[in-house]
Design a protein around this ligand. Sequence first.
Ligand code: AMP
Length: 587
Amino acid sequence: MRPSIIHQSAAGHRVPPNFADYEAERARFTWAAARAELAETPGGGLNIAHNAVTRHARGPGRDRVAFRFLAGADARTVTYGELDADTNRFANVLAGLGVGRGDAVFVLAGRIPELYLAVLGSLKNGSPVSPLFAAFGPEPIATRLNLGSGRVLVTTASLYRTKVAKIRDRVPTLRHVLVVPDDPDDPEPTPPGTVDLTALLAAASDDFATVPTAPDDLALLHFTSGTTGTPKGAMHVHEAAVTHWATGRYALDLHPDDVFWCTADPGWVTGTSYGIIAPLLHGVTSVVDAADFDAGRWYRILAEQRVTVWYTAPTAIRMLMKAGPDLARAWPRPDLRLIASVGEPLNPEAVWWGRDVLGLSIHDNWWQTETGGIMIANTPAFDIKPGSMGRPLPGVEATIVRRTDDGVEPLGDGVEGELALRAGWPSMFRGYLNNPERYARCFAGDWYLTGDLAERDADGYYWFVGRADDVIKSAGHLIGPFEVESVLMEHPAVAEAAVIGKPDAMVGEIVKAFVSLKRDVVADETLRLDILAHARRRLGAAVAPKELGFLDSLPRTRSGKIMRRLLKARELGLPEGDTSTMEGGAS
Ligand code: AMP
């Protein structure tokens, strides 16, 4: 049997980690001291993009490479100096369109250079920005643009034609759609109603005075899902950069000469906090690959780009495990020194596989859209317990609680409860868009309640148990059942719909839907495929159900709520639990 702990000693590291004594660093750490590592914007305040880009461009880091964009029609390398000039151009484009402080900019694109320019340029302009996942279908795009009152959308010609054009008239706030050609060497005419971003950038000045945003000015919008209702727009502020900087230091151990690769898409919070902001704050070089997962390609990137710190996800690691050790060993990685992973449980076997096959333990860490940055982590400074998410980072106070009628009660070690964090870290979300009640319900006194069930052991390590709600985690992406059910219900044959997460060895969970049909509609294979295709068209492949079952009726509580948990228990052949509140159930 494997031992339950992997010992790491600071002395055994090729590059000494940024900290070696966990307890001492926690005792010493203050957010005020971390804040002092960042610069004020000329004119005052705190601006993420000033710290991420301009500060380096105006110093010795000017010629250092900020991004290596690997794939796509427009592969290129961009230095901090160039990134500063290009993001100034983008900010000037916005200003020229009359888009100002507080006006929301959305970006819907693959991992192309313009996505990165748009995010950072918007921040310079004081415009909150929201990158959307390019694999979303028209429906999630429309919902999010409307929730965030999107005024500008940056997208590509093909995404505009296939997705945005269909919903544009449903987004009344949207004034400007700025389009990047799919092939910069052979641009087609920009679609009617849109403007050519390339031409605007070429004509814009590369000189811009970053707006002196206040630390608590809105900077980023990331959408996340709950069990019920529309997605929730988590609001993050410029001060979040303090957490991005600190966690880049402690959890990702970033050093100035690092080549860092975060494989997450900026459409999800990890791809923005750690695919854009944290590495730039540390002045390191980031690799960006626009292509989809491919085991051989990923090993080649790690080797050829000489990646030193790699931040990825358990689904990707499981896919690499499936591709076999020979492929892993075919590409030497002498430069790689730290692998971290986030987003879903990382099986202990995966940690051991990393050690055996990649030669490095995988450092699991935990956080969520609302926390804006890594909160709990296995760091290079202490031993790893495979299967555990690690320990709270310096500046983060975590606990396990049980909700009571008048607040929460802290629980002891080894007792399962809800993971809670002491409010007040800089990247904590400051609200859900247009939903103050939902935001207030996340807190009990000083504690932010995460919605995750976990346990803490006697050494202070946290162990993930599950979600307290019905959201689905598929390939690291959080999917709200309500959003999927609403689209299923639009199909003319469907009377009612419920979706669950069905466990899957590779991607964690897949979305499985159950529907009951309208009177006189006959359930058959053609209809099943038609409903699945409808969902895929409207929601996009990342969100749509992969499986669909027909039921005569869906189990409901007496108050009319669909009992997803019961559907899940039946699907998995598990005990059905308490059904006393069920319609027609035992009383
Ligand atoms: P998101 O807001 O989309 O980033 O999803 C956050 C959720 O992903 C958390 O609330 C957890 O349920 C799950 N999650 C994130 N990191 C981990 C981890 N290391 N282990 C287990 N679950 C995780």
